[in-house]
Design a protein around this ligand. Sequence first.
Ligand code: PGA
Length: 251
Amino acid sequence: MRQLFVAGNWKMHGSKASIMNLMTGLNKKSAEIGATKVAICPPTIYIDYAQKCLATDKIALGAQNIAIEPVQGAFTGETSAEMLKDFGCQYVVIGHSERRAIYGETDSEIAQKVVTALKAGITPILCVGETLEEREAGNLEKVISTQLNAIIQAVGIDAFERIVIAYEPVWAIGTGKTASSAQAQEVHAFIRGQLAVLNAAVAEKVIIQYGGSVKPGNAKELFAQPDIDGGLIGGASLNADDFIAICTAGE
Ligand code: PGA
């Protein structure tokens, strides 16, 4: 049995005041969280502040990005794995479609970031997903396999025991258009199947989150699918009631 895992990706949102407010709500409602694993990924500059506001051990911390260079050095604007660990980050989102599309992150850079995170003992939340054009052109499986294979080649299949995958169809992110639970399940099963060809035991264990307009109203049905093991939540993770409702939707 895989344990559900829900992570909140705050993206570039928040202020000290709004984060204090959000954390107060999360702390209060965290007692409702059962066996589901939960993490929040604040903007880097607020990780320390969020940690200071955190008063429950039911919510772990993560980051939204990581430098390829693991320790320190002349890399202006970057945050290393060692620094993230110093501030208690257990997870890092890698290869989010916004980073691929807006900042031009390539599969090769994403693979190097996964390597760095794994070496530091930080669990990567590896995002994969297709655009609407790619889906409509019939390239969904090709796109997902290419994104996955870049990582498999870099770290090997066994490393997926320590990697969380987030399937996020780009057309469903922040648009209010969720993939139907059947559409999402189909891709999740495809991803697990791709891994199973290389190592069935690892494929059976790997956590595959769904991301893209997950809300309290659709989380239960999504999380009930056999290959959907939780979610990567953007907009709804900025509201304590909504986020906790999603965190408890599978219980
Ligand atoms: P959304 O974002 O829930 O706001 O659609 C999900 C994500 O980008 O991780």
